[in-house]
Design a protein around this ligand. Sequence first.
Ligand SMILES: *[C@@H]1O[C@H](CO)[C@@H](O)[C@H](O)[C@H]1NC(C)=O
Ligand SMILES: *[C@@H]1O[C@H](CO)[C@@H](O)[C@H](O)[C@H]1NC(C)=O
Ligand SMILES: *[C@@H]1O[C@H](CO)[C@@H](O)[C@H](O)[C@H]1NC(C)=O
Ligand SMILES: *[C@@H]1O[C@H](CO)[C@@H](O)[C@H](O)[C@H]1NC(C)=O
Ligand SMILES: *[C@@H]1O[C@H](CO)[C@@H](O)[C@H](O)[C@H]1NC(C)=O
Ligand SMILES: *[C@@H]1O[C@H](CO)[C@@H](O)[C@H](O)[C@H]1NC(C)=O
Ligand SMILES: [Cu+2]
Length: 595
Amino acid sequence: MSLIGHILSGALGIVASLSQQQTNGASKWGTLSNAQLPQFLSNNPLPWGFPWGPLTAKGDNPYTSAPDTGIIRAYDFTIQRGQIAPDGYMKDVLLINGQFPGPLLEANWGDTFIITVHNQIVAPTEGTALHWHGLLQKGSPWFDGVPAVQQCPIAPGTSFTYTFKADLYGSSWYHSHYSAQLAGGLFGPMIIHGPSHVPYDIDLGPVMLSDYYHTEYFKLVEGAMASITDANFNPAPASDNNLINGKMNFNCSTVAVGDNTSCSSNAGISKFKFTSGKTHRLRLMNVGGEGLQRFSIDGHSMTVIANDFVPVKPYTTKVVTLGIGQRSDVLVTANAGRSDSAFWMRSNISTICGITTQPAALAAIYYDRADTSKSPTSTAWDIPDPGTCANDDLSLTVPYYPIAPSTPSTTQTLEINYHFNETGHFLWTLGANTFRADYNQPILLMANKGNFTYPDDWNVHNYGTNTTIRIVVNNPGPAAHPMHLHGHNMQIISEGPGNWDGVSTTGGNNPQRRDVQLVRNGGHMVMQFNADNPGVWPFHCHIAWHVSGGLYANLIERPADIAKDTPLPQVLTQMCQDWSSWSTGNIVDQIDSGL
Ligand SMILES: *[C@@H]1O[C@H](CO)[C@@H](O)[C@H](O)[C@H]1NC(C)=O
Ligand SMILES: *[C@@H]1O[C@H](CO)[C@@H](O)[C@H](O)[C@H]1NC(C)=O
Ligand SMILES: *[C@@H]1O[C@H](CO)[C@@H](O)[C@H](O)[C@H]1NC(C)=O
Ligand SMILES: *[C@@H]1O[C@H](CO)[C@@H](O)[C@H](O)[C@H]1NC(C)=O
Ligand SMILES: *[C@@H]1O[C@H](CO)[C@@H](O)[C@H](O)[C@H]1NC(C)=O
Ligand SMILES: *[C@@H]1O[C@H](CO)[C@@H](O)[C@H](O)[C@H]1NC(C)=O
Ligand SMILES: [Cu+2]
């Protein structure tokens, strides 16, 4: 019988063989004792309840009406190396406050996050930087968290404090943007409470889906960036497992276990509690390195109420598809059985669109009086993978707050392609350039000083005073790419097979908006955004190995306003001095694009 067969039959993993500390360090994710949301109200109560007052998801433009609550949400993150066994296989990881996945960031819409990050990564040392995925950072482009673009890396042994507003609401995550550290464990959930447009009873919080690699992330980057003539050349490594909230079992008999590691076949899976008859909100997020996730719950359908930070007109589905970086908020009513029922939660990595040796993640859902020491016995929905590597059709995903697309003042076509350079390295291109970062010269900081002249391999596109920028992405190659834009929700006006025909659009006066959109293999997307946020904004594929290989561009929005309006906070100058002196005395082993 297969690993999944053994778990399903109850022979494996319901009673875990490892402690939570052994699998996930100080993290409580995946355990029944992890509290529901919101979690902060008890230690920092708001005197007047929910601070967005009369603002609603229907009537108030989320991009212009964020309140200013004056409330500070302060967090302190220490990043260190550690050894844990999330699926039973002991390995070196990067931990935040000793936790994998990282701690919850939680705020109300309009609060201010103040997050101090201590880089304690040693043996070997590495820089780091954290990105707060999906937030606009309007007026605070310096705190978007991308090294070489908006900041220098945080030097080993130093600290940096990010200050930014919770300017949108919904479900998201934060992650390292330094090389592929996110695939080494540096991520966690970020939840911002705001107006609700569909009622529900219980907020079950984040459901983080992540492909998982037993090889340490730096070795994987070495393989991806090796020459084709090297034995370890591997631009598309296979993941070894698939985790829900950082947990899953693994069959240790399938690997040779070396001297320096250990493996336990029964590590334990994540468990969730459902209350009979109640409607639960699950905040699904694909926080992995490469794999496209197909999420389902046996016996239950799901109502999608938001994609990324964008509330949508509710629609019902049995499977939610998420590319890397994407989120969907779904409502699930516990009405599929008696109060002692239990059901499997499943997430499958598409083996057509991704590369893995173990695609199936399982977690258990227990109704009120179910025995949590027993396996569910439910049957999976039989919904074959369509293999299109695409998101739900644009006609399904209609933003709840409508915004009509403006007529673009410029249209640019960026093709995704790949090639081997003269030394046999496999590289991606976005609009004909392969990106490579210079950690010592953050582009935004140079722009602020009036320098807009950069080397070609920084792949900078300066849109000047354009008011609406349309970008056509054509992807003739064999891989799908989850394309992410920082600083905006993109309006997606077309997505589908083939190159764009230059005419067809979907969504009319209210096209889908989100911050990551899957561009299928052999397909295209057309996105646009209004230039209402001066800054240098990354636009890139969110697959770790692809961005390492250069599938990345920088978009400069309203350069004149970057140079004059926004004074550079002193902390950024200090951080670049710290990085400069550290990198003078230490070798920075930048083998990939840097991001
Ligand atoms: C684990 O893998 C071994 C070797 O492939 C196989 O013989 C065994 O049945 C598997 N065990 C489980 C529990 O899946
Ligand atoms: C095991 O760890 C030791 C000490 O860190 C190291 O010297 C050795 O090369 C490692 N062996 C393997 C097989 O990784
Ligand atoms: C997920 O994979 C399982 C096999 O492990 C299969 O039974 C199920 O139908 C799949 N679900 C979806 C939604 O693809
Ligand atoms: C090819 O790309 C690799 C990885 O960026 C780089 O190290 C190497 O110098 C490049 N070769 C040439 C000839 O430019
Ligand atoms: C702008 O920066 C580039 C890259 O560092 C440099 O080569 C150039 O001399 C600078 N230009 C000015 C006007 O300072
Ligand atoms: C608009 O953007 C294009 C690049 O797509 C640029 O060439 C042009 O100069 C910009 N126009 C203005 C008015 O800034
Ligand atoms: Cu990609």
